[in-house]
Design a protein around this ligand. Structure first.
Ligand SMILES: [Fe+2]
Ligand SMILES: [Fe+2]
Length: 292
């Protein structure tokens, strides 16, 4: 475990130390790796399995438009932030998300060329984000980013870094997912800290998470079914059973992230209550090499 949570306290009479707030010096580092995807990559590059591969492909399709929205929602308030550390963190956040967007566009193009229809999904997400831009307040747009960032950090830490998902992938596909997961964990509190600094309402923060908790699985589920159908794998019972077991049975990655998800609804919640720096450090050594 990396040293010290500088802002630590004894929690209400209990003798347990907890991290409170973003650790000092936690500035997201902008790395600019350049991933290549070779032509002999297997079609089902995660565990040789259509459902697992297409689930990540559907998520990848949502990143470019989604991450542009996250950047804009934070940038809207950037001038109001007086804390120089948080200003630095915002620049790191924007740099990381911009580069995720760029690399996932390349990945999505590569998958599209191999017959996985991600361009339509990208357009749908883009249109949805424009609806949010048009009809919701800047405060709610930032709350949307805060909620999705909590989801992505949990998925990165609990789903990709903790279990053997990366080891199950083709070794030429794993690095982009490892890199993205590491950086999602590094910048998980930036949007939240901005939201708190501008005095964002608790009601909006919590109700937006409720909305995202319905929309995110529904969109992801619909997109997964569409991609399975287009790939001629809709009736692949074995793949569905294996995927569902992985998510909700054994190891049950989604089931296990439920407690950390529910903590979001506490008024004392902070993304760094869940400290995964040990997992991130291990993954950096293993997957990032000289970019770490
Ligand atoms: Fe990202
Ligand atoms: Fe993010």
């Amino acid at each position: 475990m990396t040293a010290i949570a500088p802002i630590a306290r004894l929690t209400r009479g209990r003798r347990k130390k907890s991290v409170v707030g973003t650790p000092a010096g936690m500035i997201p580092k902008v790395r600019r790796p350049d991933f290549g995807f070779p032509a002999d990559m297997p079609k089902w590059w995660w565990d040789n399995d259509p459902m697992k591969t297409l689930l990540l492909a559907a998520l990848s399709a949502s990143f470019p438009a989604g991450e542009r929205f996250f950047i804009d929602s934070v940038r809207h308030y950037q001038d109001q932030i007086t804390d120089p550390e948080l200003q630095k963190a915002i620049r790191g956040f924007i740099g990381q998300e911009a580069h995720h967007s760029k690399e996932h566009q390349m990945l999505n193009g590569f998958l599209e060329e191999r017959g996985i229809g991600l361009a339509r999904l990208d357009r749908e997400i883009h249109d949805f984000m424009n609806v949010l831009r048009k009809y919701t307040s800047p405060e709610r747009q930032l709350a949307h980013t805060v909620a999705v960032e909590h989801f992505t950090a949990l998925m990165a830490e609990e789903f990709l870094l903790k279990y053997d998902a990366l080891e199950e992938m083709d070794p030429r596909m794993a690095p982009i997912w490892a890199w993205h997961a590491i950086e999602e964990s590094e910048h998980k509190a930036v949007a939240f800290d901005v939201y708190k600094a501008i005095g964002g309402s608790e009601f909006v923060r919590v109700t937006e998470m409720m909305t995202v908790s319905v929309l995110f699985p529904v969109f992801s589920g619909i997109h997964l079914v569409q991609l399975m159908k287009e790939s001629g794998e809709l009736g692949n019972v074995k793949s569905w059973a294996k995927g569902f077991s992985y998510m909700f049975g054994k190891p049950g990655v989604f089931r296990k992230l439920l407690p950390a998800y529910l903590k979001y609804y506490s008024p004392d919640f902070h993304p760094w209550d869940h400290d995964a720096r040990d997992l991130v450090e291990k993954a950096k050594k293993k997957w990032l090499g000289s970019w770490a």
